[in-house]
Design a binder for this molecule. Structure first.
Ligand SMILES: [Zn+2]
Length: 335
């Protein structure tokens, strides 16, 4: 009797233990330690503008706002599965004002803010990820860290682990105040991710496929998990007066579709070559070409090099004050 009871108890304990253990184990598979419990605000860029916006559309008619939404919804599902509280600024193809998007992130006390976009330019061959953080890299290191994770994972998932990316301040394109959603959510680690260019016909074709959208969502998921798993997230400092760095006038969105914008890389290479040859007149021409490249594509993967070479020229010309400002620009906006 005693021994039968003992055996029964053993079986009962075993069943209880294995049920608890297995359910914990299966939850552990889905849940992600670093993401579990985090509030993540995902902002699918644009929306509801098919009738009014003819700029954000690919060569065969796929609209940026549709791709942004598909990726955001897939990412939201993955994050929720991992235990996060996901807040989306929109879940349908509707127009949401920019200020409203920041408000949603702030009101929900988001731990991070991810704005999902895709890019456009005049040159159909251009295709690489661009990630923006707000303000100065020195003050907003947490967002730079998040941005680096996102950039590297996007290159891994969408570009076979090869190729360049840009990680730049939003002041490189909006030199007075940066972008609205990142300005409005400043203090929360946040980025705008432009995973690829829908103006590339090849890329547009891929962006239409949900398996490809899934890969992009996977890249963000991995980047977010890795960001939260890192030992320390740097505190975000109060913003300094951005006017200490002279605004660098750049082509704005639609201007970047202009034909001279297509020469951004050629101008960079030509400028670099002239600088190497040397001579006062060549330095002046090199400076002009490098400046034009940086103006027409201020967030390209050669823009940082353009500014660095401009500094080199200014040094040779003994323009001490200009050197100071340009070096600051690189440190703050091109980490
Ligand atoms: Zn966009």
């Amino acid at each position: 009797m005693k021994s039968i009871f003992g055996k029964g108890l053993f079986i009962l304990v075993f069943i209880c233990f294995s049920t608890t253990y297995l359910s914990a184990w299966s939850a552990g598979v889905k849940r992600n330690n670093s993401i579990d419990g985090k509030v993540i605000c995902i902002d699918p860029g644009h929306g509801g503008t098919a009738a009014t916006d003819s700029y954000r559309v690919g060569p065969s008619g796929e609209r940026e706002e549709w791709v942004n939404l598909r990726v955001a919804l897939l990412l939201g599902e993955m994050l929720e599965g991992a235990g996060a509280k996901v807040v989306l600024t929109r879940t349908t193809d509707t127009f949401i004002p920019l200020a409203e998007r920041s408000k949603i992130a702030l009101e929900n006390k988001a731990d991070i803010f991810i704005s999902i976009h895709h890019n456009a330019t005049a040159d159909p061959k251009v295709n690489f990820p661009i990630i923006y953080f707000h303000g100065s890299a020195e003050e907003n290191q947490a967002s730079v860290t998040l941005g680096k994770e996102v950039a590297e994972k996007l290159v891994g998932q969408l570009f076979k682990g090869k190729g360049p990316y840009s990680l730049v301040s939003d002041f490189t394109i909006f030199s007075q105040s940066g972008s609205s959603v990142l300005r409005g959510t400043y203090g929360i680690p946040g980025i705008i991710g432009e995973a690829s260019f829908f103006t590339s016909p090849k890329e547009e074709k891929k962006l239409k496929q949900s398996e490809y959208n899934q890969k992009e969502a996977q890249a963000y998921f991995e980047a977010i998990a890795s960001f939260f798993a890192s030992s320390e997230i740097a505190p975000i400092a109060e913003k300094k007066d951005p006017s200490e760095v002279d605004p660098f006038k750049v082509f704005q969105e639609a201007e970047r579709m202009r034909p001279e914008a297509k020469a951004w890389k050629a101008n960079f290479l030509k400028g670099k070559k002239l600088l190497k040859k040397g001579g006062d007149q060549r330095l002046v021409e090199a400076f002009e070409l490098l400046t034009l490249s940086a103006r027409s594509f201020p967030d390209s993967y050669v823009a940082k090099a353009c500014h660095e070479l401009r500094v080199e020229i200014l040094k040779r010309q003994n323009k001490v004050d200009a050197v100071k400002i340009e070096e600051m620009r690189i440190r703050y906006f091109y980490p």
